[in-house]
Design a protein around this ligand. Sequence first.
Ligand SMILES: CC(C)(COP(=O)(O)OP(=O)(O)OC[C@H]1O[C@@H](n2cnc3c(N)ncnc32)[C@H](O)[C@@H]1OP(=O)(O)O)[C@@H](O)C(=O)NCCC(=O)NCCS
Length: 181
Amino acid sequence: MASDMTAAADLEVRRLGPADAAPYRTLMLEAYELHPDAFTSTVAERASLPLSWWESRVKPEANADELVLGAFRGSRLAGVVGLSFESREKARHKAHMFGMYVPSKLRNAGVGKKLVLGVLEFARKRPGVKVVQLTVTQGNTAAQALYERCGFVPFGVEPYAVAVGMQFVSKVHMWCDLRVE
Ligand SMILES: CC(C)(COP(=O)(O)OP(=O)(O)OC[C@H]1O[C@@H](n2cnc3c(N)ncnc32)[C@H](O)[C@@H]1OP(=O)(O)O)[C@@H](O)C(=O)NCCC(=O)NCCS
């Protein structure tokens, strides 16, 4: 077991605000660099964006179109996950989970589960939201199994979803019905 492995009970999960934009950026650039198969953005694309882009992702408004949750061990950011909301009237019942990342030294200690359950809690609080969807790269067993344990169900596989270098990866589409407890 890694010495700095975190017990889930010691973690605080809260919504990030503009003051967290810099550590959020650092963590996500690490994620894109180390896990090109898992994310659609490349590290180069995201590294070129100004800090204001990351600040806008974590804007504090109650009805923001997206929000990011962070798991903290003390002041250290131990994991992140995002949630975006549809604005069009016919799709407002759907939200999308994105950008889930826990650094390797902190994995398998329940950080990911706490973040996913946190996202579902935030989604339930948003008026009218009934469904959370996500995509996960086919073969990312750790992530898919975690999502299934938290109530997500696969509903399809998108072939050739993302180009990673000369290869293509497929994406498993999953959904969680928030009306099911
Ligand atoms: C996916 C990820 C967020 C999980 O974070 P985590 O903090 O390790 O998650 P948890 O500790 O809550 O849960 C991990 C669980 O997966 C299990 N697990 C680990 N590897 C596994 C595997 N290959 N197959 C099945 N289960 C696996 C662990 O045993 C643990 O199960 P438990 O809760 O019953 O003990 C993390 O591995 C990560 O950031 N991966 C790289 C980026 C990524 O793939 N992001 C997802 C994009 S969709």
